[in-house]
Design a protein around this ligand. Structure first.
Ligand SMILES: [Zn+2]
Length: 305
């Protein structure tokens, strides 16, 4: 699996210092999609930005409040409206009296091609989406926030989710990468909110920027993000080649492709694998390499052209 590292064992509910001016508190929500739990970052000392308050779990919101006792929260930021990142954001922002900032329009952020597919039906998706998330203020590409010792610039990085933002921390030469780039696993891309073409473009863009360390939504800091992103892109290209090879042997449903390509995968991750295969097939369809008879999620896919 190359650079993926599954050895992470963070303390849960306690502030862990990662760098000067940066702490993290891990939420008590470990699982197959959340790894060791959501990572809520506390950036700054005394006047703090909180990135991804995490799930709506009073134990976690209490842990964040304890870690921040005596400090002022200047802003609460959300990378994307999935419940494991944004579920507790409104309650936490109100508790600490801070403004809640996020993209705020996941449906409007879809590429037109993905919006058309979603409108046509048969794509499903929507796992983990926090449909009720409403920031106090919508932020997006180019917006900058600053406090003592920290300057954060928002970057639109769709792929895992259409509304996904990453935050570049200038003083730390670092990037808060949300679920877009993580050190323990490649991310889930579940259409129509997940979008493989957008994901590839976001990673190419992030690679060109060159921050030295990434702080992901789940798992340990990524010390060589350039190498990790090169690996992730190569992994996706390999998956695409496997799907094309399988379709060259004959038309297939997504269930049949998953059984063939992900034969070694445990049942807990089969559903996620099916969503990733759908993301690839939609991308191949857009590029004129594959087509489907029936709805994208349940129809029979075949090579095109
Ligand atoms: Zn997540």
């Amino acid at each position: 699996m190359g650079p993926f590292d599954l050895s992470h064992a963070p303390p849960v509910g306690l502030a862990e210092r990662l760098a000067p001016g940066l702490r993290v508190v891990t939420a008590p929500n470990p699982g197959p999609m959340t790894f060791t739990g959501t990572r809520s970052y506390l950036l700054g000392e005394g006047e703090v930005a909180v990135i991804d308050p995490g799930p709506d779990d009073p134990r976690h919101l209490d842990a964040l409040a304890r870690a921040l006792a005596g400090e002022r929260v200047a802003a609460v930021l959300v990378t994307h409206a999935h419940r494991d990142h944004s579920g507790g954001a409104r309650a936490f922002a109100e508790r600490v009296g801070a403004e809640l900032l996020g993209h705020g329009d996941p449906v409007g952020a879809r590429r037109p091609a993905m919006a058309r597919l979603a409108a046509a039906g048969g794509v499903d998706g929507g796992e983990g989406i926090d449909a009720g998330f409403r920031p106090d203020r919508r932020i997006g590409e180019g917006d900058v926030l600053a406090g003592p010792g920290w300057t954060l610039a928002a970057l639109a990085t769709p792929g895992h989710a259409a509304d996904h933002l990453s935050f570049a921390w200038a003083e730390g030469n670092a990037l808060f990468s949300g679920d877009q780039v993580m050190g323990w696993s490649t991310t889930l891309i579940s259409p129509p909110d997940g979008d493989l073409a957008a994901f590839r473009a976001s990673l190419q863009r992030l690679r060109a920027r060159g921050e030295a360390v990434y702080y992901p939504g789940h798992g340990a800091p990524v010390a060589d993000p350039g190498a990790l992103m090169a690996h992730v892109l190569a992994h996706r290209a390999g998956r695409e080649a496997e799907i094309l090879a399988a379709l060259a042997r004959g038309p297939a449903t997504i269930a049949a492709l998953v059984a063939e390509i992900y034969a070694a995968l445990g049942p807990a991750l089969r559903g996620a694998a099916a969503r990733n295969v759908l993301a690839h097939l939609i991308d191949l369809g857009e590029r004129g390499l594959a087509a489907v008879d029936g709805p994208p999620g349940t129809g029979v896919w075949h090579l095109a052209g």
